[in-house]
Design a binder for this molecule. Sequence first.
Ligand code: SF4
Length: 243
Amino acid sequence: MIYRDRVAQGRRARNEKPAEMAGAQAPEAQAQAAPAISRIQPIAHGPSLFEAAERVENDTLPRISEDLGECTRCKLHRQRNRIVFGAGNPHAELVFVGEGPGHDEDVQGLPFVGRAGQLLTQMIQAMGVTRDDVYICNVVKCRPPENRAPEKDEVATCMPFLLRQLTAIGPKVIVCLGTVAVQALLGTNKGISHFRGQWLDFRGARLMATYHPAYLLRNPHAKPEVWADLKKVMAELGLKPRR
Ligand code: SF4
């Protein structure tokens, strides 16, 4: 069964209409969906620093967005325009996790809509799916000033919401885009080169780390390595490359 058929079957099982863009931008649409099936998984391997993060039974993306509110929990709220909660299929088998919003994302309130986002969109389409088939989010939901990397306290403060999102979605595969994402999810200080291209376990999902699209814009010679990583993801999910 191909990816979209599986996702559609999941929707039918939940008696849901297709939810093309789920997240902070459309909480009403999500709220109309049937309650999500509880998919809370035991931690398969526990390298995360955030194992004590709050776990909410029968959690949903609208509920998480509501709990987040107009968040001021860390200092990143001071200069943001909009919280970038995440977007895509709330029952996606494939989730991409980036670092944090940039300028365009901060303006639009949507993840990966700038130049790096356009490249990510091309990568997703090359995998034979669309942005609406997957879910895209970031480690921190507010833009760090001057596009600096988020600091440890900011990551630690925002991380419980990402973990709740991942639990609510229940993806088969999580793709970490760049060092910040892999360090945050695995609770490590090691760089992405230690993990890139290898399958790792994360809370019952399979995790693949690869380079961030922004890195590829600066280093296009690394594109074949990323494509090799994405082909492993495609094989895992039974995806066929777009012709
Ligand atoms: Fe809240 Fe996360 Fe934004 Fe910090 S980055 S203010 S924790 S939403």
